[in-house]
Write a protein that binds this ligand. Structure first.
Ligand SMILES: [Zn+2]
Ligand SMILES: [Zn+2]
Length: 394
């Protein structure tokens, strides 16, 4: 009675036939579990669903990932096919039509409703008022800083003198089985007698981050964007940062347009201080070529301008206070997905938001400010009923 079970033939297969066959068998079993009274042949349905995932997956890895999303969603919606989406498209078109386009005015109205009060921004670490920079002020830069990696206190003016900083690049985690703290980067425990417990990585310099607005403005002054007239726009942005002799500085900046999804600015940026560590493992920036990159001041001149960030911009980001502080920007119209969509005391990560609301896997290796800016923007769209793929407005 049931049709024979074999994966759909495709011109290009994302995964070997045998793998697809095995997953297809599992899918049939899963469908039988979540849909006890099926109205349609389970085999036929499984072949169709697997085929659609296979067609829309570019690699074996994404195929396996997308299949795991499908299994998850089938469980979550108890087999209700009207709620299942593959490659962001519903599979039952009659049950749930494609999201209707919205007008620009409607989108703007939705976005304005999300803007945070100034007091909320301040509470979340945003600098909302610049520091008076009176003439001949004494330096407010601390004489001593504490290394954020090894906790050593050192003289700030000596930061470029060679020393040994030994550290782990992941936070220790409590291991219940052995009742000790373990570092995921290397597996050492705090109870270890090896010197490696002090750190599996070394660097010739300590590193620090200063967060006080006064010291940040002494390195370069904050720019008030409301002094820059310009067109109304909505921009998603994200920075990558690295350690320098002056602390924690911007080394890459990406700005994406909300309505066109086009990248308007994506540049590697030379920090003001001397580079100590580009944090390549996280930042994805491995080299700053002076010929191919902009200085901090040139970059800011381009970015804070009538057609990019100006008085009439709405800025979208995740934990955007960090980005705005390294950019030295004071801006009032902010949509911060870390504030909006966190529940409880701890802020949700962009990685988790992207997985939950976009079924998208980001930051599995190096971070990419372009990918992160787009993910933040797309989370806002999905949560507010604005189609991800809408390109025409009004
Ligand atoms: Zn380690
Ligand atoms: Zn150190």
């Amino acid at each position: 009675m049931s049709s024979s079970l074999r994966p759909m033939d495709l011109v290009s297969q994302p995964a070997p036939y045998q793998d697809r066959y095995k997953i297809l068998q599992k899918l049939v079993a899963h469908l039988q579990k979540v849909r006890p009274n099926p109205s349609k042949s389970t085999h036929k349905l499984a072949i169709g669903l697997e085929g659609r995932v296979a067609k829309t997956s570019a690699s074996a890895q994404s195929y396996r990932f997308n299949m795991s999303i499908l299994f998850r969603d089938l469980t979550k919606h108890k087999g209700d096919l009207s709620k299942i989406r593959i490659a962001q498209k519903p599979i039952v078109s009659a049950a749930k039509p494609l999201r209707e386009n919205v007008t620009k005015a409607t989108a703007m109205e939705k976005l304005r409703a999300l803007l945070h009060e100034i007091s909320v921004l301040e509470k979340n670490g945003y600098n909302m008022s610049s520091v008076s920079s009176g003439a001949a002020q004494d330096s407010v830069l601390a004489v001593h800083e504490t290394c954020v990696r090894c906790n050593t206190k050192f003289e700030r003016s000596n930061i470029m003198e060679k020393t040994l900083c030994r550290y782990h690049d992941s936070k220790k985690q409590f291991d219940k089985a052995n009742r000790t703290y373990q570092y995921p980067c290397c597996g050492e425990t705090t109870a270890s007698t090896s010197f490696l417990r002090l750190g599996c990585k070394t660097n010739k310099h300590h590193v620090f981050k200063s967060e006080a607005v006064e010291s940040l403005s002494e390195i370069s002054e904050f720019i008030k964007t409301w002094k820059v007239e310009g067109e109304e726009n909505v921009l998603a942005l994200d920075c990558e940062m690295g350690f320098t002799s002056l602390g924690y500085e911007m080394i890459r900046l990406t700005v994406v347009d909300f309505f066109t999804s086009k990248t308007l600015f994506d540049e590697i940026i030379q920090p003001i201080g001397e580079v100590i560590d580009l944090n390549t493992q996280f930042s994805g920036v491995s080299d700053i070529d002076k010929q191919l990159s902009l200085t901090y001041h040139d970059a800011m001149e381009k970015v804070v301008s009538p057609n990019l960030i100006n008085a009439n911009s709405i800025l979208i980001g995740h934990g955007l206070e960090n980005d705005l502080n390294v950019m030295r920007i004071i801006h009032r119209s902010i949509i911060d997905t870390a504030i909006l969509y966190s529940k409880g005391k701890y802020k949700v990560s962009l990685k988790n938001l992207a997985f939950e609301f976009l079924s998208r896997k980001i930051q599995s290796g190096e971070h990419d400010s372009s990918e992160d800016a787009i993910a933040t923007m797309d989370v806002v769209k999905v949560k507010n009923g604005i189609p991800l793929d809408q390109k025409d407005w009004d």
